[in-house]
Ligand binder design. Structure first.
Ligand code: URA
Length: 246
């Protein structure tokens, strides 16, 4: 049974720091199963005990999982002195231990999972797992069947090893009046190297001008989520993520 101390419970659900929740509790504002409690070292059964603050029930989730449609201009970090972070966009949760599962560049949009479940995150990010990540990209340059072949063979992006095979699907190629080409593509990679997709296209003489992640393993970006908004993962999605064990 999941028993934790009341101060941890209150801090985890965002009531305040450990010392703040001690003060709040001393004032008699917290009840456990309808009894006022004044000490925070008592144990709470997170599944069965009813904890209230000022009469309002506090819901406890040991782990929280969110799907964010990351907008541009926000960094994939928990803290940043200059820019807004992806964690700050999850306004519904006041937990301090949320973090993004992997990183998207500041100018990349799309699917980012935010959680406080470190085991699940490590499982998905472990290099040996090769979880598929699919992106939509707009690229300056003409993507051809040769590009598809190069990407499927692995590309030299200046690291010790070629990239692992990537699947490139060309959606459209257009030319403007000056003769410059623009390609719209879907690309699936199984690694998470720094600026990987941008560097792969650079290596074949093209430049990514727009990048959006569409899926990560079994999780697909919910297209009803406006850029910058989020929702909780469904129980089914959490189950699928837990099954990422190859
Ligand atoms: N590849 C990139 O170049 N950038 C991202 O944000 C993700 C993959």
């Amino acid at each position: 049974m999941p028993n934790i101390r009341l101060d941890k419970f209150l801090a985890d659900v965002g009531v305040g720091t450990r010392s703040q929740v001690k003060e709040i509790t001393k004032k008699g504002r917290v009840c456990v199963n309808d009894n006022v409690v004044k000490k925070t070292d008592i144990k709470i059964d997170t599944e069965n005990d009813v904890v209230t603050l000022d009469g309002k029930r506090l819901a406890y989730f040991e782990y929280e999982y969110f799907m964010l449609n990351k907008p541009q201009g926000v960094v994939s970090a928990t803290k940043d002195n200059l820019s807004k972070t992806v964690v700050e966009l999850i306004t519904e949760s006041k937990r301090r231990d949320l973090f993004p599962v992997g990183r998207l560049d500041k100018d990349t949009e799309g699917l980012l999972i935010i959680t406080n479940d470190g085991v699940l995150a490590n499982n998905i990010l472990a290099p040996g797992k090769h979880v598929d990540k699919t992106y939509y990209a707009v690229v300056d340059g003409r993507a051809t069947e040769d590009t598809v072949d190069l990407f499927s063979a692995g590309v030299d992006i200046g690291d010790d090893e070629l990239t692992k095979p990537a699947v490139l699907e060309i959606l459209s190629v257009t030319d403007d009046e000056s003769g410059a080409s623009q390609s719209k593509v879907k690309i699936t990679i199984t690694e998470g190297r720094y600026h990987q997709i941008k560097r792969m296209f650079n290596a074949v003489g093209m430049e990514v001008t727009y990048l959006k992640r569409l899926s990560m393993g079994p999780i697909f970006l919910d297209e009803t989520l406006e850029c910058g908004t989020y929702r909780r993962l469904t129980d089914e999605e959490i189950k699928l993520l837990r099954e990422v064990h190859r």
